[in-house]
Design a protein. Structure first.
Length: 442
């Protein structure tokens, strides 16, 4: 079985490859907080003055990363995962709550269904790991989605080390990582009116375009969607209100955002076929070629130009100053500063807990004309206990048992509570100690 040190070795291979090519080896990273400024483009005969503006890149890096590993699941873990999946499918919620798997510092929820063609799915706030059964000979061992939050707040090499420790635990053997999909992005501010861009200004081979609005606001463009390469240009400050990714706010502020101006995101998505053609399908190659992928996408695959009605040849149209600025981002100059630790559990947001979660209490108070929340909560709990105790005459579910069971169910879903018997919990602690020892290189 391979050890976690393999991941450190494959990162060093990346740096060795960079040295052989005469490049400066750089640590693989997912984000930057460096501020880049552009003083605009001076007026000229080819760039009208109405396009001149100051543009600022707040951060750039990898937003989405999907990896695959060839290899084979061990027989021991095949049996264990099958048993956990059966528990997740059990009719008894008490048994469902035990469908958990602890590896290192991760407490995964084991899903009741696989994701075709993968038999098993493990999930927490860092990873969604799809695993093949031993009988699926033609399938990869694992297909992994890494969350955008952990890519934002952790170095990529640390993430890969953590992931490959998990895979080394489960697998009888495995290969190096291949990239199935990667999304590269840049967050920026601009004074250009992106709503007024004409579709004719986009120069690309694809014919698939969508312009998006959330009335009355313009929210962005989707270009070449469903293709091997696609692009999105959208208002991230509007999108974040829906996604609730508030961890981005202090990062933007640290990078120089004033808290008011709209932040736009340019994002290029590369799927496996495009990555193979661009010689970036292996993770070690992607780590040294992010800048090359970005330049290809923003200079050859897609360009935003300024139309010249006197020139019918589109290839001669000058590039829009904003696009020229974005295409020239220096991916080799990226910050290595660590920002925050990313929790591995998946708690509900405060909105869900303290706004949506108050629905039952406030409804009860309205029915009984109660205005004091503390009095309302006390009477609500008393009424809830009476309801469940009466219902327990026809079942074994008392008020306390009902609450305890719901806590276990949500502890599994949120990756916060171990619901297995004490002897398994002791083994879990031993595994966690072994994980930390391996991770620290002791």
């Amino acid at each position: 079985m391979q050890h976690k040190s393999d991941s450190r070795q494959h990162i060093s291979k990346t740096q060795d490859a960079a040295r052989r090519n005469g490049e400066t080896p750089n640590r693989p990273r997912a984000r930057s907080c460096r501020v880049y400024t552009s003083q605009g483009t001076p007026p000229s005969n080819t760039v009208p003055s109405k396009y001149n503006s100051d543009n600022f890149v707040l951060r750039f890096g990898i937003d989405s990363l999907y990896l695959s590993y060839q290899g084979e699941l061990s027989e021991q873990w095949e049996q264990k995962l099958t048993g956990l999946k059966d528990l997740a499918q059990h009719e008894d919620p008490k048994q469902q709550a035990k469908a958990q798997l602890s590896i290192g510092d991760h407490l995964f929820e084991v899903k009741d269904k696989g994701q075709k063609p993968f038999a098993y799915v493990l999930a927490d706030n860092w990873f969604r790991i799809c695993i093949s059964s031993i009988s699926a000979k033609a399938m990869p061992l694992a297909y992994i989605q890494i969350s955008s939050e952990v890519l934002t707040l952790h170095h990529l090499d640390e993430i890969i080390q953590d992931l490959e420790f998990i895979l080394n635990t489960l697998a009888a053997n495995r290969s190096e990582a291949k990239v199935s999909r990667v999304d590269l992005f840049a967050d920026f501010t601009t004074h250009d009116d992106l709503d007024n861009l004409d579709i004719k200004q986009w120069v690309t081979r694809t014919t698939l375009f969508d312009k998006h609005y959330i009335r009355p606001a313009f929210t962005g463009w989707s270009i070449g969607y469903k293709g091997d390469i696609s692009a999105r240009l959208y208002d991230k400050t509007i999108e974040i209100k829906k996604s609730l990714k508030d961890y981005l706010l202090p990062i933007w502020e640290k990078a120089g955002w004033n808290g008011e101006q709209s932040i736009w995101r340019l994002e290029f998505q590369f799927k496996r076929e495009a990555l193979q053609e661009l010689q970036s399908s292996a993770l070690v190659d992607l780590l040294t070629n992010q800048g090359g992928l970005w330049r290809y996408a923003s200079k050859k695959w897609l360009k935003l130009c300024i139309p010249n009605p006197k020139d019918s040849k589109i290839s001669r149209w000058p590039m829009h100053p904003l696009w020229l600025f974005l295409s020239q981002i220096n991916w080799e100059d990226n910050s290595t500063e660590r920002l925050l630790r990313v929790r591995k559990h998946r708690p509900p947001c405060d909105q869900s807990l303290f706004v949506n979660g108050m629905g039952g209490l406030t409804s009860f108070m309205a029915l009984h004309d109660i205005h004091d929340p503390y009095d309302g909560f006390r009477r609500y709990m008393k009424a809830a206990k009476q309801f469940h105790d009466v219902r327990s005459r026809f079942s074994e579910t008392t008020f306390h048992k009902y609450i305890q069971q719901k806590v276990k169910e949500k502890g599994r879903r949120f990756n916060t509570m171990i619901n297995t018997p004490p002897k398994d919990s002791a083994q879990t602690r031993l595994d966690a100690k072994k994980y930390r020892t391996t991770k620290d290189g002791e």
